[in-house]
Design a protein around this ligand. Structure first.
Ligand code: ZN
Length: 166
């Protein structure tokens, strides 16, 4: 597969709760590779399986954008959060939309890597924000859901305008 096409709002996959991975077979590693290739192709710093139309609890994160530094997380659970932050976020599935989202400043997350090995990630800074953003994707949640209503209305209008031009 390699580089996949992106699902853009209001694509229904973006609003579904993704299915947990139950067997760590080759398809999980292939999906992780597809996510990594697609993320780099679009100069993203994170990408979740639903964004390429795949129903699986898998995401990749790479705030440094450096190849070989990608973090792959399967079936993640948020097991700790502290502090508060709000940075301007964008999303490959929401063209031309940016919003300052209130999130935890530091998080602890547990899951598995693509081979089925348990994984614990403790993060702050930009990685903590990316992890929370991608976790949201696996729950069918988008950054616009976390904006104040007036900002959300403005973002939705921008998305409708973009869809009308496409
Ligand atoms: Zn996103």
């Amino acid at each position: 597969m390699g580089i996949c096409s992106l699902c853009v709002a209001p694509h229904p996959t973006l609003r579904a709760v993704a299915r947990p991975v139950v067997a760590f077979a080759d398809d999980v590693r292939r999906l992780a590779r597809d996510l990594i290739e697609t993320m780099h192709a679009h100069e993203g710093i994170g990408l979740a399986a639903p964004q390429i139309g795949r129903d699986a609890q898998v995401f990749v994160a790479n705030p440094s954008q450096r190849r070989g530094r990608e973090l792959i997380v399967v079936n993640p659970i948020l097991s700790g959060a502290r502090g508060r932050t709000a940075v301007l976020e964008g999303c490959l599935s929401l063209p031309n939309v940016w919003g300052r989202v209130r999130r935890a400043a530091a998080v602890r997350l547990e899951g598995w890597d693509a081979t089925g090995k348990p994984l614990v990630v403790e993060a702050d800074g930009l990685l903590a924000v990316v992890l929370q953003h991608e976790l949201d994707h696996l729950q069918g949640r988008l950054l616009i859901d976390r904006l104040p209503w007036f900002e959300r209305r403005r973002a939705e209008a921008r998305l409708r305008a973009a869809a009308a031009c496409a």
